[in-house]
Write a protein that binds this ligand. Structure first.
Ligand SMILES: Nc1ncnc2c1ncn2[C@@H]1O[C@H](COP(=O)(O)OP(=O)(O)O)[C@@H](O)[C@H]1O
Ligand SMILES: [Mg+2]
Length: 364
């Protein structure tokens, strides 16, 4: 999948940008604060409905503007084009696909798969578990068709049970939601386990390329059920019934798919505390690129890859490896930087340059 046209209106410092992209590598060059990351953010919004930068959702709307609008024309390798648009206004998202309103942003996510590596990506290793769940669930969502309905059922049941716990509902009112939590939660855990298993080989290959000194890599899933997950939803349901008294005290459901996490460990760095910040970064990069490969193998398309401030994140050797892979794979990549790295300048392959200055994006 490739984004051939990207229009951005009212997003942070970008008032109005019309970008005609090419299939391969795009390099966005500009000074600090020029708006380079904002261009990547625009694509991330299409693929996830949220920014990769922390902060309030409405912080993306340009100061003084009432809305942010991102529009893209995407083309699939297997043929077919889509025109997708996303608008943020009045604290609400709305989305369009091929000139029609769609009920859910999920429709955009399916059309516009995006993977991003940026200066904050090291948090994937040692940051909060929600980042790791989001990483894994992106792959699960794209390759396991039953995941989204299970996830929606689970969200609804969790909300209801938590509300019930806080409002003193009787047992028989909590029970149906516990059945839902157990069934949908187990389906989610199983899907996550399958996909993490599939990702292993790609992660191992990327880790061997980027972090050979750390030895064999392992990924472990924590389902969120602890030792209550014996593979039987009936056993989980019983565990929810047993947990009611304590959950009422706490005012929320203490275990389940919403608490899942996973960990990466290396033979030479069994715990994440053993990794330096630089190794965390490279591990995150290996995970992101592995996810790109896995997606391609399972879905038959490349996602779009965003690499923010790449040269300031990586040394020359690792930068060369990434560029080698990117050019060999032939996927669409958007790279930003304050200067064009020599390593990129010297390459024989063609790539497209854009200058970004005070929110203006112009082809070189
Ligand atoms: N809501 C907003 N409205 C207007 N400008 C914003 C808003 N949010 C951030 N900015 C500005 O946008 C710029 C951020 O651009 P960014 O894409 O991070 O630049 P770069 O990646 O080129 O360093 C900064 O100058 C910042 O102050
Ligand atoms: Mg930036």
């Amino acid at each position: 999948m490739k984004i051939l046209r990207l229009d951005i209106d009212g997003l942070r410092c970008i008032g109005h940008a019309r970008i005609a992209a090419a299939g391969g590598v795009q390099f966005l060059q500009g000074a600090n604060g020029a708006g380079k990351t904002t261009v990547l953010e625009a694509m991330h919004l299409l693929g996830y409905g949220r920014s990769f930068r922390p902060g309030q959702r409405d912080a993306v709307i340009q100061r003084g503007a009432t809305e942010s609008v991102v529009f893209a024309e995407v083309v699939r390798e297997q043929g077919g084009r889509s025109r997708i648009g996303l608008r943020r206004a009045s604290s609400q998202w709305s989305a369009r696909v091929d000139e029609s309103d769609v009920a859910s942003l999920v429709e955009l996510f399916r059309i516009c798969p995006v993977v991003c590596f940026e200066p904050g990506s090291h948090a994937l290793i040692a940051g909060p578990s929600e980042l790791r769940r989001a990483y894994l669930d992106w792959s699960v969502f794209h390759v396991e068709p039953d995941f989204l309905p299970a996830w929606r059922r689970h969200q609804r049941a969790l909300k209801q049970r938590n509300a019930g716990l806080r409002s003193g509902w009787a047992d028989h009112l909590l029970e149906p939601w516990e059945v839902e939590l157990a069934e949908a939660g187990l389906a989610i855990a199983n899907a996550r386990r399958r996909v993490l298993q599939e990702l292993r080989a790609d992660v191992a290959a990327k880790a061997a390329a980027f972090l050979p000194e750390l030895g064999t890599v392992q990924l472990h899933l924590m389902s969120g059920f602890g030792d209550r997950d014996s593979g039987s939803s009936e056993a989980i349901r019983l565990a929810y019934a047993e947990a009611r008294a304590q959950d009422r005290e706490r005012g929320h459901t203490r275990f389940g798919a919403q608490r899942a996490d996973w960990a990466v460990s290396f033979a030479e760095a069994p715990r994440r505390e053993h990794l330096s910040r630089g190794q965390e970064k490279l591990t995150a990069l290996a995970l992101e690129l592995a996810q790109v490969e896995h997606f391609r193998n399972r879905v038959g398309e490349w996602p779009v890859l965003l690499l923010d401030d790449l040269a300031s994140e990586l040394d020359a050797d690792h930068l060369t490896r990434v560029l080698d892979w990117v050019f060999a794979a032939g996927l669409q990549v958007w790279i930003t930087g304050t200067a064009i790295p020599d390593i990129l300048q010297r390459r024989n392959e063609t790539w497209r340059l854009f200058h970004v200055e005070q929110g203006q994006v112009t082809p070189a």
